[in-house]
Design a protein around this ligand. Structure first.
Ligand code: GDP
Ligand code: IMO
Ligand code: MG
Length: 431
């Protein structure tokens, strides 16, 4: 059962792209199971920096088949642009497929995302404005448009669906948001060109993947976002609209839980978050500023400055357990190199209680005070380490302490953005 899930253990941007790219060197298939163009996964190779949004991070290997799974919401113009940009830069790409069951981000979705954020004002979620929430809302409301609906031959069916849908959207545009309505024929014309352009990529992805697994192929599922942004278990309502968990990854990729062998949780050696919502370990001082600048913590998709804070082992242990992580990758350890001491949050204090997991109530989640353990820094360059033993002793202790706190072996340590900047450790040697 050679399925490996790679997922985020924090609030996204943990370095899933880099870890997936490293593991994909020996994989046959990489699948994106959730999210949309809201994601931005960075892979750095000798050819430069690649920022991938819906295309899986295995695409830079010609031997990898990459699949955008049923659980993704796809914006056709964004996907077509992403494909064109990759082809322009990188001649030797893997094969790309798109699930016929994936939902489509229609032109009204980013508009609804924007107008709703504007209406919420100060209470806004800080979404990526890519239409993610409205597209998944339509999916759950059973009125979504799927990739299969765009394909040549489906025009009459699509017209029928949009004739039903568009009056509702236009009522919102005109009467709630005071904007212009959209035109049905324009939409249908656009949809036809997308369908024609995407048709060569479209397959029954879940069938393809199950056939591949039956033939013994090695599959990686590369989730987007992070578990603390999960719709059920994240800091609701400051979450995304799909499930970035291992369970969500199975669902979105068309894989059964019993087919999964490894669940690799990716964590940054500190914490970042883009957008609004609770962030107990947030740093608003000069250490936060240093990490933001040193770590170039600006959103891959939106360019927004990321909020920065200490490693939150309460949230990390929570996500490690929820996802059944079999191992973890700790990225950007090198970013902590200059610090004289490093804090790790080991508990949440709420009044006279100490919590060991994030509470469901938003006001409590906002109010918790982190309980910190202080570890010595190493103030040494780690970016060239070739093995765990090469890391300064204090860095080794930091990794081991996090491992202890989250209860999962750390098998990969990121010490720079490049492919070779990973220190590998083996789970069996850590037992
Ligand atoms: P993702 O969304 O989880 O794939 O993460 P992003 O690509 O949005 O953000 C991670 C950023 O950190 C990217 O700019 C990566 O190139 C960079 N990165 C990943 N791992 C490391 C690491 O170990 N060290 C350093 N310095 N940068 C890293
Ligand atoms: P990757 O895959 C970090 C955040 C947004 C916002 C919230 C809801 O690169 O880790 P949405 O547009 O999904 O409705 O926004 O979720 N968010 C991410 N933050 N990394 C991501 O993806 C994110 N995708 C969404 O900033 O707070
Ligand atoms: Mg990202």
């Amino acid at each position: 059962m050679p399925v490996t899930i790679v997922l985020g253990g924090q609030w996204g941007d943990e370095g899933k792209g880099k870890i997936t790219d490293a593991l994909a060197a020996t994989a046959d298939i990489v699948i994106r199971p959730n999210g949309s163009t809201n994601a931005g996964h960075t892979v750095v190779t000798d050819d430069g920096i690649f920022k991938l949004h819906v295309i899986p991070s295995g695409i830079l290997y010609p031997h990898c088949t990459c699949i955008i799974g049923a659980g993704v919401a796809v914006s056709p113009p964004d996907l077509l642009r992403e494909i064109a940009a990759l082809r322009e830069r990188h001649a030797r790409l893997g094969q790309l497929y798109l699930s016929d069951r994936a939902h489509v981000i229609m032109p009204y979705h980013p508009l609804l995302d924007l107008y709703e954020e504007q209406r919420r004002g100060a209470a806004g979620i800080g979404t990526t404005l890519r239409g993610n929430g409205p597209a998944f809302t339509d999916k759950v409301a059973r009125r979504g448009i799927r990739v299969a609906d765009l394909l040549p031959g489906s025009e009459a069916h699509l017209r029928q669906k949009l004739e039903m849908l568009l009056p509702e959207k236009n009522t919102l545009f005109v009467h709630l948001y005071h904007q212009q309505p959209l035109d049905l024929d324009e939409l249908l014309k656009e949809a036809r060109t997308w369908g024609e352009a995407l048709a060569p990529f479209v397959i029954a992805a879940e069938v393809f993947v199950q056939d591949a697994l039956a033939a013994g192929k090695h599959v990686i599922v590369e989730a987007a976002q992070g578990t603390m942004l999960d719709l059920d278990y994240g800091t609701y309502p400051y979450v995304t609209s799909s499930s970035p968990t291992a369970a969500g990854a199975c669902q979105g990729a068309g894989i059964a839980p019993t087919q999964v062998e490894r669940v690799v949780g990716v964590f940054k050696a500190y914490t970042t978050r883009v957008g609004a919502g609770p962030f107990p370990t947030e740093l608003t001082d000069e250490t936060g500023q240093l990490l933001r600048e040193r770590g170039r913590e600006y959103g891959t998709t939106t360019g927004r400055p990321r909020r920065v804070g200490w490693f939150d082992a309460v949230a990390a242990r929570y996500t490690a357990r929820l996802n059944g992580m079999t191992e973890a990758a700790l990225t950007k350890l090198d970013m902590l190199d200059p610090l004289p001491e490093i804090r790790v949050c080991v508990g949440y204090r709420l009044g006279d209680r100490e919590l060991t997991a994030p509470p469901a109530q938003l006001d409590q989640c906002m109010a918790v005070e982190p309980v910190y353990e202080i570890l010595p820094g190493w103030q040494t360059d780690t970016s060239q380490a070739a093995s765990f033993a090469d890391l300064p002793p204090a860095a080794q202790r930091y990794v081991e302490r996090i491992e202890e706190l989250i209860g999962v072996p750390i098998t990969m340590i990121g010490i720079g953005p490049a492919r070779r900047q990973i220190v590998w450790r083996h789970a069996s040697a850590l037992a």
